[in-house]
Structures are given as structure tokens and as C-alpha cells.
Design a protein around this ligand. Structure first.
Ligand code: SF4
Length: 347
């Protein structure tokens, strides 16, 4: 059965029109879903019984079940939801009071099949892609939870697709979700306020560049040469650094947007002064920003965070050589909600 949360506004209106309902009814249903955060037709007050019955008979409406929720002292909230087939996914709310931003980190797959050596999500491999509705409903659930009253303020302002899974490996479902989230009759979150993270799926980066949606692109780099990157990110054996950077430069040229490179600093893996110099050489002249992320410990994988002196020195090498760089605030690390730490078990 089709899911109502997989349809864009115009698609929903068209389907209901084809079933004999006037266009404004489709509009009303869309509003209930995205302006009011309602997932049950019974609660859609201005919808006539005949339409409710039609919707119940012909569509399902994904409604993620919250299994666990934990809040860190910095306000970060991690959610664990159960899907219809019993699988679990996680999403995270990240508040940035200093800039009045309210951000949601959203999952796109159950698990991940790309096997990066430092990542908790990939430990058990890929189970399946999330549907468009499952991607969108994470946003709706977080919005409902942070609203002080009925889906009102504060509104989510930013979405990062950096949760469980490789977003670009689920391209079609992701882009449909992005369009619905962006719709001004829906959640109305601007394309420029959304960021897709990738380990470097070159064909999909090209597709994204051709679409020119103005969505942000963040590339998980984590190593400045093929030898090391092959070791910690198997995807590099398929698309090497040269192919990846060619696609990224094409993205920048087509969209005019600066790209972010994520670099998780792992103790004795990729944090040496020589590698910092190599990174400078690799990225020189590219319109980019490097986000250094001190690794959060993943005991199962023996991943450790470098000591502060090493982090500072790596940062300075980039900064002193004209690379725009920032050090990510380690939000949510007390609750395992930082990059590479989401997994599908309840902990
Ligand atoms: S870092 Fe991303 S791509 Fe790599 S295994 Fe983890 S979720 Fe998959």
C-alpha cells in the first residue's frame, strides 16, 4: 500500500483528484501531515468521513514508534525509533542556542554496507534502505517533540542527513524526502539549510550537481592519500581521491556552493603532522571548508580521540596554510550521538 508521507503536495492533490476529491482536500491532508504533524486520519478535523475512509482503505501513514530517548546536558537529544518491520533507527536533535539554530540529524538506511573502519553504524552491515516516509517521519517526530505546543516554535531550521547509513546510496528516496521537507506547504525548510553527507559516491555526487538544488554537500574525507583512505574507507577502492575531488569540484562549479570536508581525527590513525600537510596540499585552491571532528571513542573498534595537543597542531597546520577550518563542537558525545556512533541496538 502506498504511504501518504511519500507523496509531494502536487502528487497527493493529483491522486485525490483522480479519486474524485477536489484539489483543496489534498491540500488539507498535506497540511495536517506537515503543518500539524498529524499521522491519523481520525484527527484530521476538517476532512469529511468519505475521504477519511478512502485514505484508510488506500494508504498507510508511517508513524515511527519511539523506543528510547536520551538527552545530554548540552540539550542534544537522541531518539531510537522502531520501524514497522521491527528494525531500529536513530535520529538526533542538536540545538545551537548561540545562533538560534535547531538542527536534526537524520538516518537514511538501517545500518550501512560501506564498512568504514571507525564507524559504529557499519558494524553489522546494511539491512535496508529507509523509505521516503521513514526519512520524513524522523523530522516530523523531532519537530513534534521539541515544539512547546502543537507543532509550533521552536521550528527545526536545519537538517543534516548524517545519521545511520550512506545517504547517497538511497538517492531516490532521499531526494523525494528532501523535496517534501523543502515544500513551502510542508515543513518549509530551505534547500540551503539541508546538508547531505557522503563518503564519496561519485555518480550520485554528479547527479546531485546536475540537479543543482542548492543543497549543502559534506564529504567524509578522513584521509589525505589513497593508501590510508583505502585502509579506513573501503569505498575509496571504488572511487579514489582523484575521482572524488573531480566530482566535488564539478559540484562546486555547477552549484556555486562551498563544500565541507569532514575529517574525523583518530589517535595514531590519521592525525600526524605529515598528514596535515598532505591535506593542505590536497585541498589547496578548492572552495571548501574542513570540519575537524575529534573521534568519539568506539570501544568495539578500538577508536580513540587524539590528545588535545595533537588536535590543536593539526588544526593550526590547516589554518596557517589558508585552509578554512573549524573544530566541531562535540555535541552529544555523552549519549553516543556523534558522528560514526549511531547504531541500531538499544543501549
Ligand atoms: S561512516 Fe558512513 S558510510 Fe562509513 S560505515 Fe559509517 S555510516 Fe557507512
Amino acid at each position: 500500500m502506498k504511504d501518504l508521507k511519500e507523496l509531494k503536495r502536487n502528487e497527493l492533490i493529483k491522486e485525490l483528484k483522480n479519486a474524485g476529491f477536489p484539489a483543496y482536500r489534498g491540500e488539507q491532508v498535506f497540511n495536517w501531515l506537515y503543518k500539524n504533524g498529524i499521522s491519523e486520519t481520525e484527527k484530521m478535523k476538517n476532512i469529511p468521513g468519505e475521504l477519511k475512509e478512502y485514505l484508510n482503505d488506500n494508504y498507510e501513514i508511517t508513524d515511527l514508534k519511539e523506543k528510547a530517548k536520551s538527552q545530554a546536558a548540552d540539550g542534544t537529544i537522541k531518539y531510537l525509533w522502531e520501524l514497522k518491520d521491527g528494525e531500529n533507527i536513530e535520529g538526533v536533535y542538536l540545538p545551537f542556542p548561540e545562533s538560534a539554530r535547531h538542527s536534526a540529524c537524520i538516518s537514511t538506511q538501517v545500518g550501512c554496507g560501506l564498512g568504514c573502519s571507525f564507524c559504529a553504524t557499519g558494524i553489522n552491515g546494511l539491512e535496508r534502505n529507509l523509505t521516503t516516509a521513514e526519512i520524513i517521519d524522523q523530522v516530523l517526530k523531532i519537530q513534534a517533540d521539541i515544539s512547546r505546543d502543537e507543532f509550533a516554535e521552536p521550528r527545526l531550521s536545519n537538517i543534516v542527513f548524517m545519521g545511520m547509513g550512506e545517504p547517497l546510496a538511497n538517492f531516490e528516496n532521499l531526494m523525494q524526502a528532501v523535496e517534501i521537507i523543502n515544500s513551502d506547504n510542508g515543513l518549509n525548510i530551505g534547500m540551503r539549510k539541508m546538508t547531505i553527507s557522503t563518503v564519496g559516491l561519485v555518480p550520485e555526487i554528479k547527479k546531485l550537481a546536475d540537479r543543482n538544488d542548492q543543497i549543502g554537500l559534506a564529504v567524509s574525507l578522513h584521509a589525505p592519500n589513497d593508501r590510508l583512505r583505502n585502509k579506513i574507507m573501503p569505498i575509496n577502492k571504488k572511487y579514489n581521491l582523484n575521482q572524488l575531488l573531480t566530482a566535488v569540484i564539478d559540484y562546486i562549479e555547477k552549484t556555486g556552493r562551498r563544500v565541507t570536508f569532514e575529517y574525523v581525527l583518530m589517535d595514531s590513525v590519521n592525525d600526524s603532522p605529515e598528514l596535515a600537510v598532505q591535506l593542505v596540499e590536497l585541498l589547496r585552491g578548492i572552495n571548501c571548508h574542513v570540519n575537524l571532528i575529534p573521534a568519539n571513542p568506539v570501544p568495539e573498534l578500538n577508536i580513540k580521540k587524539p590528545v588535545q595537543k595533537v588536535i590543536d597542531s593539526f588544526y593550526s597546520t590547516l589554518d596557517n596554510n589558508g585552509i578554512q577550518v573549524s573544530l566541531r563542537r562535540e555535541m552529544g558525545s555523552q549519549i553516543d550521538a556523534a558522528c560514526g556512533q549511531l547504531k541500531r541496538q538499544e543501549s
